[in-house]
Ligand binder design. Structure first.
Ligand code: GLC
Length: 535
């Protein structure tokens, strides 16, 4: 086990710094706030026990996209603190045995980044070619039909009046795309990686990793693209170009000059074949976020097929990774809720994610069963409707800590959940039946169970209502059975060769832990997930 990299067994917890913990009362979370809450994550009594944190951007930024518009790749925004605070955070995390992964945003910069300021200053500026500039089409419109990932933005091009050319932005106009076809850009971005590696960070989450390779001809995208099938032959031209793989190889080589580091890519491609190309050769990304999994409906067959497909596609050089929540998507407790069962389904979803084969990414707040927060229209700040999942973490009941619920003494930048009296870390810590206590048990169990960390995975036939699989390592065999319905469901293990009596070791329903289970008729409670130790 010793030669297995830390991130393979790891549970990696995403912190969205603006919304985690605010130490200075300005309503926005900060690095000192994160330090003050590290006990929640690891090292403190009853902590979650995660292995690493991934920090969403904390760099200087005009905040058009709340930090994903970076104006200095090697600084700390004063809203979040100072470089000393960052170093202290890394030291504190390391002191608890936790790694620190940071977000790296290579596809674009802020329009206020000095590189873009220079690039847009004139057609002859030495940095002109650091971004993607083109003359207008014959009709004066944008050079091609590419559109921004944000539907509210529309075309991926904005005309710069001063120099009469359009520049490319795959996201907001405030986020011009860097020109990775220019080797100077690649070298400058490599320098930013070295800067943070030298400061001791353990890895990077690469923002839109599939977008650093684009068709240099800038050809139009096909009119109707089915995102769920392989990208050939009707492929998009604004992402997933072969050159991107080459660039990721260079990044991996650089990162591997340092010990024990890891890169995970946000590869937002809705086809697992194309996704696995980013991990299968063993010299690109260590891990890739799988959005096909995240996009499944609440349906046992849908999840089974997705996991089975990925397990069938990846090579022994690749390692799976699973997640269902991040700062860009409606939270599981809301997304999958029907008739008030969101909390139950969120637990079953967590049991699934944490018992599949692979690395797990959690998003702050999911351990509390936090739901999306309704944001009144006059408080909406995000261009793409993502405020509800970004609302601040409730740490304490408002009756004890005031309206900021221990997140802030000031006015939070996004509204606090109205459930904070019940849904908060303090109250849930003290309640063995809470979602937080469930996550703690689950993560500790995963950590203590070799079959879950590195065992094989195989699906067990279980009909349309139940997703079931066996994890096995050495002599240890576990059956995981997840009921995707809100009714009692039954599983007969005999067709899969499972018979006799076994023990339920961990259930989403704590009343069940320790029960004897008869494998010829496993009864699952509504929305229940259970881990059963097989004889
Ligand atoms: C990624 C981030 C998202 C951001 C976008 C542009 O998808 O997760 O929050 O808006 O990239 O950087």
């Amino acid at each position: 086990m010793a030669d297995r990299p830390w991130w393979k067994e790891g549970v990696i917890y995403q912190i969205y710094p603006r919304s985690f913990a605010d130490s200075n009362g300005d309503g926005v979370g900060d690095l000192r706030g994160i330090i003050s809450k590290l006990d929640h994550l690891r090292g403190g009594e009853g902590s979650l026990g995660v292995d690493a944190i991934w920090l969403s951007p904390f760099y200087p930024s005009p905040m058009a996209d709340f930090g994903y518009d970076v104006s200095d790749f090697t600084g700390v925004h004063e809203l979040f603190g100072t470089m000393d605070d960052f170093d202290a955070l890394v030291a504190e995390a390391h002191g608890r045995g936790m790694r620190v992964v940071i977000d790296w945003v290579p596809n674009h910069t802020s329009d206020r980044h000095p590189w873009f300021v220079a690039s847009s200053s004139s057609r002859d500026d030495p940095k002109r070619d650091w971004y993607v500039w083109r003359d207008p089409a014959d009709d004066g419109g944008p050079p091609n039909n590419w559109s921004s990932a944000f539907s509210a933005v529309g075309p991926a091009w904005t005309l710069d009046e001063a120099t009469s050319q359009y520049y490319l932005h795959s996201f907001m106009a405030e986020q011009p795309d860097l020109n990775w076809d220019n080797p100077e850009v690649e070298a400058a971005m490599h320098d930013t990686l070295r800067f943070w590696l030298d400061r001791g960070v353990d890895g990077f989450r690469i923002d839109v990793a599939h977008k650093i390779g684009k068709d240099p001809e800038l050809s139009d995208n096909p009119a109707d693209i089915d995102e769920s099938t392989a990208h050939e032959p009707e492929r998009r031209h604004d992402e997933d170009w072969d050159s991107g793989h080459e660039r990721l190889r260079s990044i991996r080589k650089l990162v591997d000059e340092y010990d024990d580091r890891m890169i995970v890519g946000e590869v937002y491609l809705l086809d697992q074949q194309t996704l696995s190309d980013y991990i299968n050769t063993g010299d690109e990304l260590n891990l890739a976020h799988n959005f096909v999994f995240l996009h499944q409906p609440w349906n046992a067959s849908a999840f089974r097929d997705t996991v089975e497909q990925l397990e069938g596609l990846i090579t022994p050089l690749a390692w799976p990774a699973w997640f269902l929540n991040n700062h860009d998507h409606s939270r599981v407790a809301t997304r999958y809720a029907e008739a008030g069962n969101g909390a139950a389904r969120a637990r079953t979803a967590a049991l699934m994610t944490l018992t599949l084969r692979g690395t797990v990414f959690l998003f702050q707040g999911e351990e509390l069963g936090l739901e999306d927060v309704e944001v009144p229209s006059d408080q909406v700040v995000d261009v793409d409707g993502r405020d509800p999942e970004r609302c601040p973490i409730p740490w304490e009941p408002p009756s004890a800590a005031g309206a900021g619920a221990g997140f802030s003494n000031g006015e939070p930048w996004l509204p606090m959940t109205t459930d904070a009296e019940r849904v908060n870390a303090r109250v849930q810590s003290e309640d063995p039946g809470s979602t937080l206590s469930f996550y703690r048990r689950l993560i500790a169990y995963r950590k203590a169970t070799p079959a879950l960390q590195m065992g094989s995975w195989r699906a067990v036939a279980a009909g349309d209502d139940i997703f079931a699989y066996v994890r096995e390592a050495g002599g240890e065999r576990l059956l995981i059975a997840l009921n995707f319905t809100s009714e009692v469901a039954h599983l007969d293990g005999r067709p899969a060769g499972l018979d006799g009596a076994a023990r339920a070791e961990l259930s989403t329903d704590p009343g069940r832990d320790g029960d004897e289970i008869l494998l010829h008729d496993i009864e699952l409670r509504p929305d229940e997930g259970v881990v059963i130790r097989l004889p």
